[in-house]
Design a protein around this ligand. Structure first.
Ligand code: GLY
Length: 300
């Protein structure tokens, strides 16, 4: 079956309904950028999803702080918000930063005040379920196991690329902690001439290596998107002293030719691919400590 356009690729099983919304938005006359933004709304508004938007796991003080960014391959435009509180759709605030300001990134209360001035409503993002879990966490101090960011990439039939990502980040993080997701080149990178890549997993390990930028650079060198994700992970495995399992790195990628793929450490992860007539959850490539290639450099 040949690929039709628009094509959407995103992280995790919850990427599938997000992709399907993106397709609907595009088929309703939206641009690929509109489609990416509004697809991500699905994950942000889903209170049962503990790692994105409403119902996200709060920080150590019980406050939900969200990170998001968006990129338009046309004109290499970008917008981002970090540690924003009380706004349902940080991806749309990121888009307003891109469209309506001279800046790329707003953080903390400045981002929230900008959102309010742009007409976004103030909402309570902490659900009762997450509050109860947070109260238990304060007593037991068990580590949460959740960095399931949505990164969603789109390509239309004219070759226009866009991408976005959104997350509540590391559960019970220190207040003010910012992960990879709003950092252009770390949690997301779109090069309008080459392709797009997005990350999910332990943001600190993505940020140290500018890893989504690296995935796109490997595609620029001619690697297939899946191989570009794998090469990036092999390089980090080679450079980082910790075992691959601890790195929790996962990438999706899409090139301008409509090829796509994903790779992750450990058992890998599930990602979603959607285009007209097709919408499926697929399994990524999986990499471990033994997968260190020549591009990896010296294993310390
Ligand atoms: N990848 C999401 C985060 O670590 O914040």
């Amino acid at each position: 079956m040949s690929i039709d356009y628009p094509l959407f690729v995103s992280t995790w099983t919850f990427g599938k309904p997000a992709n399907e919304q993106s397709l609907k938005v595009f088929q309703g006359g939206g641009s690929i950028l509109d489609a990416v933004e509004q697809g991500i709304h699905v994950a942000e508004a889903d209170a049962s999803n503990p790692s994105v938007g409403l119902g996200g796991i709060p920080n150590a003080e019980g406050v939900v702080q969200l990170d998001a960014c968006i990129m338009d391959g046309e004109g290499q435009r970008a917008g981002s918000v970090a540690a924003i509180e009380g706004i349902l759709h940080p991806i749309s605030v990121a888009r307003r930063v891109m469209d309506n300001t001279k800046h790329v990134m707003l953080a903390g209360d400045g981002a929230r005040q900008f959102a309010l001035a742009q007409g976004f409503a103030s909402v309570e993002l902490l659900t009762e379920e997450r509050r109860t879990e947070w109260e238990q966490w304060r007593v037991q101090n068990h580590p949460p196991d959740n960095h399931d960011t949505i990164a969603l990439l789109g390509l239309d039939s004219t070759g226009r690329l866009a991408g976005g990502c959104s997350t509540s980040g590391w559960g019970y993080k220190l207040p003010g902690r910012v992960g990879d997701s709003p950092i252009i080149g770390s949690g997301l990178y779109v090069d309008g001439e080459i392709g797009a890549a997005g990350a999910t997993g332990l943001g600190e390990n993505v940020m140290r290596y500018c890893a989504s930028f690296l995935v796109v650079e490997y595609m620029r060198q001619g690697l297939h998107p899946e191989e570009a994700c794998s090469a990036t992970i092999r390089r980090v495995i080679a450079a980082d002293p910790r075992p691959a399992e601890e790195l929790a790195l996962n990438f999706v990628a899409l090139d301008k030719q409509g090829r796509y793929g994903a790779a992750g450490t450990g058992r890998g992860f599930e990602y979603a691919v959607t285009y007209p007539g097709y919408s499926q959850v697929l399994q990524s490539a999986a990499l471990s400590d033994t997968d260190v290639g020549p591009e990896g450099g010296n294993r310390r």
